[in-house]
Write a protein that binds this ligand. Structure first.
Ligand code: NPW
Ligand code: ADP
Ligand code: K
Length: 518
């Protein structure tokens, strides 16, 4: 799924209206009716108090459509116009009149004294600002946003939590709605997927409002939200005549005394994702541990307690390096020589990233399309600090271009950056916040590259499956009891799930839905 920026959304709106011969007012009616249906199917006519706050642009227009449907269905609704400007859009005015024709005259909010009483147990619909936000809300509008947030009432945001920009950082964090849920139009917004906006964006879902898909594709958007639809074409099925040589040889390098588990987990992961052969190269102290816990793997050893010589004989297709490796001096020196001489594709994680951060002159030796998998702290050591999440993405993009590498920034929404392209993962949950889950990811990506996946596709697929295991597990286990090994227990389910069709939950409420039109 593409992620569009604010300008691209406006262009797609306009193009859809002219290409598909649909009027702007009908597009709004269709979009906002879907929001009403969403709420109606959940409330089923309950008498709960609903406050609809409408701005004076088209986001406000959506709010007016929703308010009209709510009135017509007998809900206990109050609608208000947040008069932050005397301008009005045509679509706003048409829907304002349609509401008045029902005998409902929304009061105008012009200052703090006009704020209505909102109780914790009510519902607020936030249709104040959407894609047309040009600057931070100020004055009484900002106060209203703070007032709504202060009540801690459940807030359903239409398109955007008001005050949030789609592709730039919020500076005044006191001027953004803290939405309980956001119904956003056509595509996810980059801002929803960044940790700095966690207080404003809770859960969200995309409402397909029928913008012209060909037009959107031709915009050539560089940001992608990775869901099952993007994974299906990446997945490679197996050929009847293939053999283990077809699926490559992964070599996992890492481990140090006390951290043999990290390299063991990565080795198991490379095997479990289907690498034809897997070898591990680790300090001698880990030999028995690895041979016993992963009997399918071959093992070569270095010095006793930490890597030093990197003199393995394995002829690998791909090397995954770093888990549990440590950064002691002799390991750092050996690593430097290894990187300078290595010609094989690499997946670089953990301490291998830390060693590159200490000695950045080594970056020029990395083969093109090397995959680096930092968590935020490792990233900071590598590229320096950032002022906000958008600057962080820019810095990673520059780093990716300068060094011809792919960066997998791990997090709640892991972001994969390959030059100008961003791929943001949709799967995963806090069950993955457990020791060793990053080591497993390294093994998965390595094992996929071994099988012939392009590094970028290996990163996208590996991250998606890694997250999916935790999502599937939560149907039968708790967050707490899920460990890094559980990722591998659920890996098969995650792969099989790629080809399962999801039931459309919303279909259940079909009977309740309102057709477009007033
Ligand atoms: N057919 C369509 O187009 C469809 C559109 N749809 C809906 O339209 C929404 C976009 O509508 P929109 O472009 O009218 O922008 P919106 O967010 O309502 O507000 C803009 C107004 O606010 C003003 N303003 C901005 N910042 C401000 C600030 N800090 N403080 C004060 N004022 C500020 C700005 O004025 P200006 O910046 O020019 O001063 C302008 O007057 C979109 O999110 C979706 O909900 C859907 O129905 C689908 C079909
Ligand atoms: N809240 C979360 N939601 C989704 N994924 C998460 C969450 N927390 C952690 N993860 C995932 O778990 C992994 C943790 O990796 P990392 O921090 O390197 O762990 P470790 O060093 O213990 O192996 C990453 O893939 C990350 O995306
Ligand atoms: K809004």
């Amino acid at each position: 799924m593409f992620i569009l920026n604010s300008k691209q959304i406006s262009e797609a709106d306009k193009a859809t209206i002219s290409i598909n011969n649909i009027s702007s007012i009908d597009l709004m009616e269709h979009a906002a009716t879907q929001c009403f249906n969403w709420l109606h199917s959940r409330l089923q006519g309950q008498g709960i108090k609903i406050h609809v706050f409408c701005g004076i642009g088209n986001n406000g227009g959506d709010g007016l459509v929703i308010a009209r449907h709510l009135y017509q269905h007998g809900y206990n609704v109050s609608c208000y116009i947040v008069n932050f400007s005397d301008k009005r859009t045509d679509e706003f005015l048409i829907n304002y009149n349609r509401l008045k024709e029902l005998g409902e005259w929304p009061p105008i909010i012009k200052s703090e004294k006009d704020f209505p009483k909102v109780a914790f147990e009510d519902i607020v619909i936030d249709a104040i600002f959407g894609n047309g936000l040009t600057r931070e809300p100020e004055g009484f509008t900002k106060k209203l946003i703070q007032y709504i947030n202060h009540t801690r009432v459940f807030t359903l945001a239409i398109d955007f939590p008001s005050g949030l920009f789609s592709d730039e950082s919020v500076i005044d964090t006191g001027a953004v709605i803290k939405a309980g849920h956001t119904l956003t139009f056509q595509t996810p917004k980059l801002a929803f997927l960044l940790p700095e906006n966690k207080d404003f964006v809770n859960t969200w879902e995309v409402i397909d409002i029928g913008l012209d898909e060909n037009f959107i594709k031709n915009l050539n958007p560089k940001s992608h939200y990775i869901t099952k639809n993007e994974i299906i074409p990446i997945y490679k099925s197996r050929n009847k005549w293939s053999h283990k040589g077809t699926y490559g040889h992964s070599l996992i390098i890492g481990g140090s005394f006390g951290k043999i588990g990290a390299v063991t987990l990565a080795t198991r992961a490379a095997l479990k994702i289907g690498s034809g052969l897997v070898s591990a190269y680790l300090p001698k102290c880990g030999y028995n541990i690895l041979q016993i816990s992963v009997p399918e793997a071959m093992v070569e050893v270095d010095n006793d307690a930490a890597l030093e010589y990197y003199n393995f004989k394995t002829k690998a297709t791909i090397i995954g390096i770093g888990p549990g490796m440590g950064t002691v001096e002799k390991t750092a020196l050996g690593f430097e020589l290894f990187i300078k001489e290595n010609k094989l594709p690499l997946v670089i994680d953990a301490d291998a990233i830390n060693l590159l951060s200490i000695n950045k002159s080594l970056l020029k030796y990395l083969p093109k399309n090397t995959v680096l998998t930092p968590h935020p702290k490792e990233l900071e050591r590598l590229i320096g600090s950032w002022k906000n999440d958008f600057e962080k993405l820019e810095k990673i993009t520059d780093f990716s271009k300068d060094h011809n590498v792919i960066v997998v920034l791990k997090g709640a929404h892991t972001i994969i950056i390959n030059e100008d392209n961003k791929y943001i993962n949709s799967t995963g949950n806090p069950a993955l916040a457990t020791a060793g889950s990053g080591d497993v990811l390294t093994g998965l990506i390595t094992g996929l590259i071994a099988q012939g996946y392009e590094p970028i596709n290996a990163a996208i697929l590996g991250v998606y499956l890694h997250g999916k295991t935790a999502d599937l597990a939560l149907q039968e286990t708790s967050y707490e009891t899920f460990t890094a090994s559980s990722i591998l227990d659920y890996l098969s389910d995650a792969i099989l799930d790629i080809f399962k069709q999801d039931m459309d939950q919303e279909k259940i409420e079909d009977d309740e839905e309102v057709e477009d039109g007033n």
